[in-house]
Write a protein that binds this ligand. Structure first.
Ligand code: FEO
Length: 397
């Protein structure tokens, strides 16, 4: 049994927690789970805003039925077709014959592909409206935040923004649903991980969406993941603005791939030199140990990035290759970049890292540092120079 959770008098929170799924999109770890949020507006007409992942649905439909108390569901607004939100769409259309599905032209193409549904569609364009009685909904098309069909629904009456993935977060809602009921520190990091892993690639489109929303009074943000932002929605809007402008904090991530310890030794050496220069935010990671999801989150957070790899079959270590591939995929930008590595005979790690730097179009802050075998005082000059230049770049930015 779940007691009704009200966002406002006629708007209900209908989220579910998913603590079973290991990997979001079969890729991104969920050590603290994830919440799929859906919202029900009970007015002269009734409308559900998005649904939830099918596998996490449990008593989701029963909760809708109980809240509607004998009334039918008139509309299902589909802000986003990704199955973590559209997963229950087929089940609901079967349960509520005649249910009208509200979306845009691109929504309906995906809808047909996923569910074969082509009837009872209400197509809306950017700025389109839907009158529920007391609540007047307006639709804001926000393509690529996170899919091409993604839109937001704005309730003009109560100034509620149903924002789809935007402002969402990994992490289940453990009792606290609203931002004044949670510890924000945990969600800020999980929110940035969600942003950097899932949405960050489309940061320019996030900026366009924020520009579109500028001037719109927003009292409450109802995202499809994570907390409902009702006490200070401007705080998460500012975070999204910052992350989508690639504004980062003064610190350095040193990520290394090492087989026998030489490259790790170099990473620690560089980190120590950075600290001696006055840097206080230095995070060193073994890419073979820490999942790329968390690495991307930390890399998005900090201004400086130093990557180190041993040689592996004439190239960089495959785990560093994976990180570089993902960084290219999420279109990392505006980083101060340094590279280093070690080799046993012919090298290849630094050559691979240089190819990554070229591909991602980030100039190196200093010449790459590479040495055969372990780091010794005679070989240290290039590593010292890399650390000193990097620290200067970060501290004097
Ligand atoms: Fe939470 Fe793009 O789905």
């Amino acid at each position: 049994m779940t007691a009704p959770i009200k966002v406002t008098d006629k708007v209900y929170y209908l989220g579910v927690n998913d603590r079973r799924k290991h990997l979001f999109e079969n890729m991104w770890p969920l050590p603290q789970g994830v919440a799929y949020n859906s919202y029900l507006i009970i007015d002269e007409k009734t409308a559900l805003i998005d649904t939830v992942e099918f596998t996490a649905a449990a008593d989701y439909r029963e909760r809708i039925v109980a809240l509607l108390n004998g009334r039918k569901l008139d509309y299902l607004v589909v802000n986003h077709m990704e199955p973590d939100h559209a997963g229950m769409l087929g089940a609901l259309t079967a349960y509520y014959p005649g249910l009208k599905i509200v979306g845009n032209r691109k929504t309906f193409k995906i809808l047909e592909g996923f569910f074969g549904i082509t009837d009872n569609l209400v197509e809306v364009a950017d700025g389109g409206a839907l009158d529920l009685g007391y609540h007047k909904l307006q639709f804001v098309l926000t393509p690529w935040v996170h899919w091409p069909e993604t839109m937001m629904t704005y309730d003009l009456t109560e100034q509620i923004l149903f924002s789809a993935d935007a402002f969402g977060s990994f992490g289940t809602l453990d009792g606290g649903i609203f931002d004044d009921e949670i510890n924000f520190d945990f969600y800020e990091s999980e929110m940035r991980r969600y942003y950097s892993n899932i949405v960050g690639k489309y940061s320019n489109m996030v900026q366009k969406a924020l520009a579109k929303l500028k001037g719109t009074p927003v009292r409450i943000i109802c995202a499809t993941h994570g907390p409902v932002w009702r006490s200070e929605p401007s705080k998460v809007i500012s975070l999204y603005d910052k992350w989508s402008r690639y504004e980062a904090e003064p610190g350095v991530v040193v990520a290394f791939a090492s087989m026998y310890g030489h490259t790790e030794q170099m990473a620690d050496y560089i980190a120590r030199r950075l600290a001696e220069q006055g840097l206080r935010e230095i995070r060193v990671f073994d890419v073979s140990k820490t999942h790329v999801s968390f690495l991307i989150n930390e890399i998005w957070k900090y201004k400086g990035l130093i990557l180190g790899s041993c040689a592996y079959n004439g190239g960089m270590h495959p785990m560093m290759d994976q990180l570089c591939s993902e960084l290219l995929h999420v279109s990392i930008k505006h980083k101060e970049l340094g590279i280093f590595g070690s080799f046993s005979w012919n090298g290849g790690g630094v050559k691979g890292l240089q190819a990554f730097a070229d591909a991602v179009r980030l100039p190196l802050v200093a010449p790459s540092a590479e040495a055969q075998g372990k780091l010794t005082a005679e070989k240290a000059a290039a590593y010292d120079a890399l650390a000193v230049v990097m620290a200067n770049k970060i501290l004097n930015h």
